[in-house]
Write a protein that binds this ligand. Structure first.
Ligand code: ACO
Length: 328
C-alpha cells in the first residue's frame, strides 16, 4: 500500500433544514406518486430551506458541529473551501459568507464550482493546501437546490433537496489520508444539466425570469447513463491507483442521486452493495451536500473506524466527476 497524500479528518458535521417535504406532499404538487418516486429513485423525503435561509446558513451549522466534534474553535482554522452551485450570491463567495458567520476574518475563503462533485473537488484542493497552510481547513459541500427547482417539472422536482455537510482536515505524519484521488470533467456535455440564465452568457432579464431559465434543466435519462459509467470507472481507477482490491474497501460513499445509479455503479466497480452507504431515502439529491452528509452519518453511526479504507465517488453537472480512496 503506498500513500499518496497524508491528512487526517478531525471532525465532521451536517445540517438539514427543518422543513421536510415527503413524496405524499409532492403528490399534491405534480402528477407523481410515492410508489414511482421510491421505486425509480429510492427517495422518500427531502429537506427544504426556508425562504430566508441561504447556503452559507446551512454550512455554518454543519461547520459548527464539525468544529465541536474536532474539539476546535473556529479560530484554529487556516482556510475555508466550499463546494456549491447554489451560492448565497455570485460574489462574494459563499466561503466568504461562511467566514463572516464563523467570525474568522483573514483566512482564505472561496468556492469550488463542480456541482455534485464539488465536495470531492474541494477535498482535493484542501488536502493540497494543507502543506502550505499547516492549519486545519474546513471543507464543506452544500446546496439549496429547492430555490433553483422547477416545481412544475415532475422529472426533476422529486429528485432534489437541500443540505450541508462539513469536514475539518488537518496535516498529519500518520499513515492516513488519500491513497488515491482522481478528478475529471467533460465540458462538451454541459448542456445536459444546466442552469441556463443568470450568468454572463444569458444575463438576468424579465424574459429569462418569465421563461424560468434560472432553474435547473436536465436530460435525466442521458445523465443516468453517463453517471453510472463515469462514476463506476472513476471508482475503479481510484481503487487501482490506491493499489488495493475492491474487497479491501470498508465503506463506499457515492454521490446520492438515485439508488439505481448507485446500485449500477457498485456492479460496475465490483464494490459490494452491503458495503455501500445509501442515505438518499431521507434527503434526496443535495448535489455537493450528499457525500459529506453521508460521510458524517456513517461516522456518527460507527460505520467507519480508524484505518478503514473509504471509497468516495461523485458525478455531476459539467460534467464533472471524482473518486478517491481515503484511509481514515
Ligand atoms: N412521477 C411519475 N412519473 C414520472 C415522473 C414522476 N416524478 N418523472 C418522470 N415520469 C415518467 C416519464 O414521463 C415517463 O413516462 P412515459 O414513459 O409515459 O414517457 C416515465 O416516467 C419514465 O421516465 P424516464 O425518464 O424514462 O424514467 P427513468 O427511469 O429514467 O427515471 C430519473 C428518471 C429518475 C430522472 C432518472 O433518469 C435519473 O435519476 N437520472 C439522473 C438525474 C440526476 O442525477 N440528475 C442530477 C441533478 S442534480 C445536479 O447535478 C445539480
Amino acid at each position: 500500500m503506498k500513500f499518496f497524500r497524508r491528512f487526517k479528518i478531525l471532525g465532521t458535521g451536517a445540517y438539514l433544514p427543518e422543513k421536510v417535504l415527503t413524496n405524499a406532499d409532492l403528490e399534491k404538487i405534480v402528477d407523481t406518486s410515492d410508489e414511482w418516486i421510491k421505486t425509480r429513485t429510492g427517495i422518500e423525503k427531502r429537506h427544504i430551506a426556508r425562504e430566508d435561509e441561504a447556503t452559507s446558513d446551512l454550512i455554518i451549522e454543519a461547520a459548527k458541529e464539525a468544529l465541536r466534534n474536532a474539539g476546535l474553535a473556529a479560530s484554529a482554522l487556516g482556510a475555508i473551501i466550499i463546494g456549491t452551485i447554489s451560492p448565497d450570491t455570485f460574489f462574494p463567495s459563499t466561503g466568504c459568507w461562511v467566514q463572516k458567520g464563523l467570525d474568522v476574518p483573514g483566512i482564505p475563503a472561496f468556492d469550488v464550482s463542480a456541482a455534485c462533485s464539488g465536495f470531492l473537488y474541494g477535498l482535493e484542493v484542501g488536502s493540497l493546501m494543507l502543506s502550505s497552510i499547516a492549519k486545519p481547513i474546513l471543507v464543506a459541500g452544500a446546496d439549496i437546490l429547492s430555490k433553483i427547482t422547477n416545481w412544475e417539472d415532475r422529472g426533476t422536482c422529486v429528485l432534489l433537496g437541500d443540505g450541508a455537510g462539513a469536514v475539518i482536515i488537518a496535516p498529519t505524519d500518520e499513515d492516513r489520508g488519500f491513497l488515491s484521488s482522481i478528478l475529471g470533467a467533460d465540458g462538451s456535455l454541459g448542456e445536459l444539466l444546466i442552469q441556463p440564465a443568470g450568468g454572463s452568457r444569458m444575463p438576468a432579464s424579465h424574459e429569462t425570469v418569465d421563461k424560468k431559465l434560472h432553474l435547473l434543466y436536465m436530460k435525466g435519462n442521458e445523465i443516468f447513463k453517463y453517471a453510472v459509467r463515469t462514476m463506476g470507472d472513476a471508482a475503479i481507477q481510484a481503487i487501482k491507483l490506491a493499489g488495493v482490491d475492491p474487497d479491501n474497501i470498508s465503506l463506499f460513499i457515492p454521490h446520492q442521486a438515485n439508488t439505481r445509479i448507485i446500485e449500477a455503479t457498485c456492479r460496475r466497480a465490483k464494490v459490494p452493495l452491503d458495503k455501500t452507504h445509501i442515505t438518499i431515502s431521507w434527503h434526496g439529491n443535495m448535489s455537493a451536500g450528499t457525500i459529506p452528509i453521508a460521510f458524517h452519518d456513517a461516522i456518527s453511526k460507527g460505520l467507519i473506524k480508524r484505518d478503514d479504507l473509504v471509497l468516495f465517488a461523485a458525478f455531476g453537472a459539467g460534467f464533472t466527476w471524482g473518486a478517491s480512496v481515503l484511509r481514515f
